[in-house]
Write a protein that binds this ligand. Structure first.
Ligand SMILES: [Zn+2]
Length: 579
């Protein structure tokens, strides 16, 4: 064995363990950890055990500060865990899939932001394509400038959200820029006799449809229909006066699939499209443009919600007429988030009536809200893969989502003191205290430490503690200020006081003192916390928070995880994630 390398590794493990346990390494776990890194060393187990006990004794005799210093020189011997790269455990399998040939698409209307429900379609479509080394396409379905009007800002929002989800598309298409393609297919279908222009009023057509009867336009020749289509394109019809219909079974049990509409007129002078303004008046309906593009873009697998089953029937009809091969369809059930709103109309109404603060209101399941709270894209990915693809409904529990997120963010969150209801406390009987060193992360000494400066005056220091912690202990009770000292409470009032008892953690542990977080009176920063129920409070936190960057995740000790949202000169805004 390489004697010195192994010894350095043992030293690093013992130091790490000691720092995790307030300066006293617990030897039990060290051998296991060493062998997990160097399994070949099992043959030297007795030699290594001796080495461990010698080094543990040596390191335990050092102060925490010395241990931290020494650790800096030895931490490079430890392998680095990268918690951000979580692998999906279940292999992704699609029917009718060939390696290198799978093409999937995500096709939102850019008239709303993405939420957990839409993220499911995006993640599944992206990840299955990736698993087969295929292609993932983003297609904006923006062909209704009137009732589902697309908005410019959402094109970019969707792109950003997809990047955040790690679902960056290989190609992007925008349907409003492909209208001529749909017009060409309409001409082919008319020439085949499989589509016609219907001039009936909506009411009249409906009454015929219900009776399974043909409208007077249905038997007209392709020539007449081609002329009518040209009239539509030339703007000679007004809105509602002409519709391109696909010939279908007039006796189909579902009236929605009998001679269904494929293109209609929208007066874009009144309803301009955000990208092509009023250039076009004839617009395809969803099923028409969707089926044409699925074919032309070579989509092999359509992964979509069960609510699209009727649409699938209509789209297959176009494929049949055009002699195209229909892609493989895979349906999944609706996903809901416990006690949460994913419905577009409910979200919009809530924002309108000021019930919600915006799309990023922490009570919503929108991606922007989840992101603001510090949820990671890999959390959503793991969750969606766990739910899987099957047509039954799935309800996601918050506790589940939080547990998955905690696993990912715990290793990357610095520990910080934040006091929700600060109470001033004067401690007497201390000498020569200048600062306290605490690790930024108890299990990741590699992240370094935080130094809390203390001002001592004639054996007295003043700290802030949480009012509730003081009240629980009461006068005469003892507690430990985390990482610092044990104290006994003398009085609780506007200027509470306590006596210094000692430094020893073991005494506090033996006597089961509450271990509480605290801040020095002379050094802290102002903090605002936005809670998950959208209420907020102002309080104080350790001054080290000022060095955290926006989007950094932290654990407010004894409170929970949070994300740094905004930093102003005198105020740091934090959004609470979960416990
Ligand atoms: Zn008609």
């Amino acid at each position: 064995m390489n004697q010195s390398n192994s010894e350095n590794l043992i030293r690093a493990i013992v130091l790490q363990n000691a720092i995790q346990h307030n300066g006293k390494a617990v030897s039990g776990a060290i051998l296991g950890k060493f062998l997990s890194i160097k399994p070949d060393e099992k043959k030297n187990i007795s030699q290594i055990s001796i080495k461990i006990s010698v080094l543990t004794k040596e390191i335990n005799s050092l102060s925490l500060d010395q241990q931290l210093n020494q650790f800096k020189s030895f931490q490079s011997y430890l392998p680095i865990d990268n918690p951000k790269q979580q692998k999906i455990e279940k292999p992704l399998k699609l029917k009718n899939a060939e390696h290198g040939k799978v093409i999937t698409r995500f096709s939102p209307n850019p008239n709303f932001i993405l939420h957990l429900g839409s993220a499911r379609a995006a993640i599944l479509s992206h990840d299955y394509a990736k698993a087969y080394n295929g292609k993932f396409i983003l297609r904006f379905e923006d062909t209704d400038p009137k009732t589902k009007k697309p908005q410019l800002e959402y094109y970019e929002n969707v792109r950003n959200d997809l990047n955040w989800l790690d679902c960056t598309p290989n190609e992007e298409y925008i349907q409003s820029k492909r209208l001529e393609i749909y017009y060409d297919v309409a001409r082919s279908l008319i020439n085949q006799g499989n589509a016609y222009i219907c001039e009936c009023s909506q009411d009249m057509f409906k009454s015929l449809l219900i009776k399974c009867e043909s409208c007077p336009d249905r038997p007209l020749s392709p020539d007449i229909n081609i002329k009518r289509l040209q009239k539509m394109l030339d703007g000679e019809y007004s809105e509602g006066n002409a519709v391109l219909r696909i010939r279908a079974d007039l006796n189909h049990p579902n009236p929605a699939v009998r001679d269904w509409p494929a293109m209609r007129i929208i007066n874009t002078d009144n309803h301009p499209h955000p990208l092509v303004k009023n250039k076009f008046k004839v617009w395809p309906l969803y099923n028409f443009s969707c089926s044409i593009d699925d074919h032309l873009l070579g989509i092999t697998h359509i992964i979509r919600g069960v609510e699209h089953i009727t649409n699938g029937i209509k789209q297959r009809q176009i494929y049949e007429y055009m002699k195209w091969t229909y892609p493989t369809e895979i349906h999944y059930g609706r996903v809901s988030l416990e006690k949460n709103i994913l419905s577009k109309s409910d979200i919009l109404e809530g924002i309108e009536t000021k019930k919600f603060q915006g799309y990023d209101d922490p009570r919503l399941g929108t991606l922007v809200a989840l992101r603001k709270r510090g949820f990671q894209s890999n959390t959503l990915r793991n969750l969606i893969h766990n739910v899987g693809i099957h047509p039954s409904k799935a309800q996601i529990e918050w506790s589940n989502l939080e547990a998955m997120n905690r696993k990912i963010i715990d290793p990357i969150s610095n520990r910080r003191f934040v006091i929700l209801s600060p109470y001033k406390l004067t401690i007497e009987g201390l000498k020569d205290v200048k600062s306290v060193i605490l690790p930024l992360h108890p299990e990741q000494p590699i992240r370094g430490n935080r130094k809390i400066e203390i001002k001592e005056n004639n054996g007295k220091i003043i700290v802030y503690v949480d009012k509730n912690d003081l009240m629980k202990v009461g006068v005469g009770g003892s507690l430990r200020l985390k990482g610092f000292i044990n104290i006994q409470i003398k009085s609780i009032n506007e200027s509470s006081s306590a006596n210094f008892e000692g430094y020893d953690l073991n005494n506090a542990l033996k006597s089961k003192y509450p271990i509480i977080h605290w801040l020095p009176y002379n050094s802290f920063c102002n903090v605002k916390i936005l809670w998950d129920d959208a209420t907020s409070i102002k309080c104080i936190g350790e001054s080290g928070l000022e060095s955290e960057k926006i989007d950094n995740l932290i654990q407010m000790e004894r409170i929970g995880f949070a994300r740094i949202d905004e930093k102003k000169k005198d105020l740091i805004s934090i959004v609470y994630s979960h416990q």
